[in-house]
Design a protein around this ligand. Structure first.
Ligand code: ADP
Ligand code: MG
Length: 256
C-alpha cells in the first residue's frame, strides 16, 4: 500500500462497496479521536460499527414512518390522556408494549365521532414503529377501493400478501361508508387472511350490534366479529367529542 491518501481512497471504495456510509464518513474523525484517547483497535472498530447500526436503525424507522401513511401529527405527546379512564389508560399501556403484535392480536377502538379513536390508535401505532414494527394506515373505505381494483385486475392475493409484511394494519373508520357486496367481500377476505397471522387495528363509530350494515348478512357479520374479538383489546372511548369540548372551552374562556 502506498501513501496515506492512496490508503484513504482505497478504504473509501471498499466501504462504498460494502455499503457502510456512516463508517465511511466518520472513520477519519474517529481515528483522530481514537489516537488522542489511546483507544484500542477493537474499541475503535466497535465505536464505528455501533454508529453505523444506530444510523441504519434510525433511517429504517424514518422509512417505516413514511410508508405507514399515518397522520404523523397525531402523536401521544399531543394526546390528552387525562381524558381516558384508568382502565383505558391501562389498556393503552398494554398496547404500547407491542406484544400484541407478536401474538397477532387486534386493537379495536369504539366511540362516537370526535372521541379520539383515530388520534389514539395512530399515536400508539407511531410508538410501535419506533419500537421496530411496521404499520400501515388507511381509511377503511379507501383500502376497500384499493382491494376492489386489485381484484378486478386479478392481483388481490398479491396485494393482500404484500400487506402481510406489516405487523399491523390500521383500518380507520370501518363502517363509515356503506359497502356493496363486492366491497364487503374483499374486506372480508382481507380480515380472514390476517386472522391469527397479523394484527388489525380498527376504529369505528358503529358498535358491533350495527356491523350487519357493513357485512350485510348475519352469518358473515358474526364470523368477522368472532375472529376480530377472539384475540383483541377493545377500547371503549365513550367520551364527548374533543372538538366540541375544546370549542366550548374556548367560548367560556372568551366570556370570562
Ligand atoms: P375520532 O376518530 O374518534 O372521530 P379523532 O381522533 O379524529 O376522533 O379526534 C378528533 C379531533 O380531536 C382530532 O383533531 C384529535 O386530534 C382531537 N383529539 C381527540 N381526542 C383528543 C385528546 N384526548 N387529546 C388531544 N386531542 C384529541
Ligand atoms: Mg376517526
Amino acid at each position: 500500500m502506498g501513501s496515506l491518501s492512496d490508503l484513504n481512497t482505497g478504504l473509501q471504495n471498499y466501504l462504498k462497496e460494502l455499503h457502510l456510509p456512516t463508517i465511511r464518513s466518520l472513520y477519519e474523525t474517529y481515528a483522530t479521536q481514537a489516537q488522542q484517547e489511546s483507544m484500542s483497535y477493537e474499541q475503535y472498530l466497535y465505536e464505528l460499527s455501533a454508529k453505523e447500526c444506530e444510523v441504519r436503525s434510525q433511517n429504517r424507522i424514518e422509512r417505516w414512518r413514511r410508508e405507514s401513511k399515518l397522520p404523523l401529527e397525531k402523536t401521544l405527546d399531543t394526546f390528552d390522556r387525562s381524558r381516558l379512564s384508568r382502565k383505558l389508560n391501562q389498556q393503552v399501556n398494554t398496547l404500547l408494549k407491542g406484544t400484541f403484535l407478536e401474538k397477532a392480536e387486534n386493537a379495536l377502538a369504539f366511540g362516537n365521532p370526535g372521541s379520539g379513536k383515530t388520534h389514539l390508535l395512530s399515536a400508539i401505532a407511531q410508538e410501535l414503529i419506533r419500537q421496530g414494527h411496521r404499520v400501515y394506515f388507511r381509511s377503511c373505505d379507501l383500502l376497500v377501493q384499493d382491494l376492489l381494483v386489485a381484484k378486478q385486475e386479478l392481483r388481490l392475493s398479491r396485494v393482500i400478501k404484500n400487506l402481510s409484511k406489516f405487523d399491523a394494519i390500521l383500518l380507520d373508520d370501518i363502517g363509515y361508508v356503506q359497502h356493496n357486496r363486492d366491497e364487503m367481500e374483499v374486506l372480508f377476505t382481507l380480515l380472514a387472511e390476517r386472522y391469527e397471522r397479523g394484527s388489525v387495528m380498527i376504529t369505528s363509530n358503529l358498535a358491533f350490534s350495527q356491523w350487519e350494515r357493513i357485512f350485510k348478512d348475519p352469518m358473515t357479520t358474526a364470523a368477522v366479529i368472532d375472529r376480530l374479538v377472539h384475540h383483541s383489546v377493545i377500547l371503549e372511548l365513550n367520551l364527548p367529542s374533543y372538538r366540541m369540548q375544546s370549542a366550548k372551552q374556548k367560548k367560556t374562556q372568551k366570556n370570562d
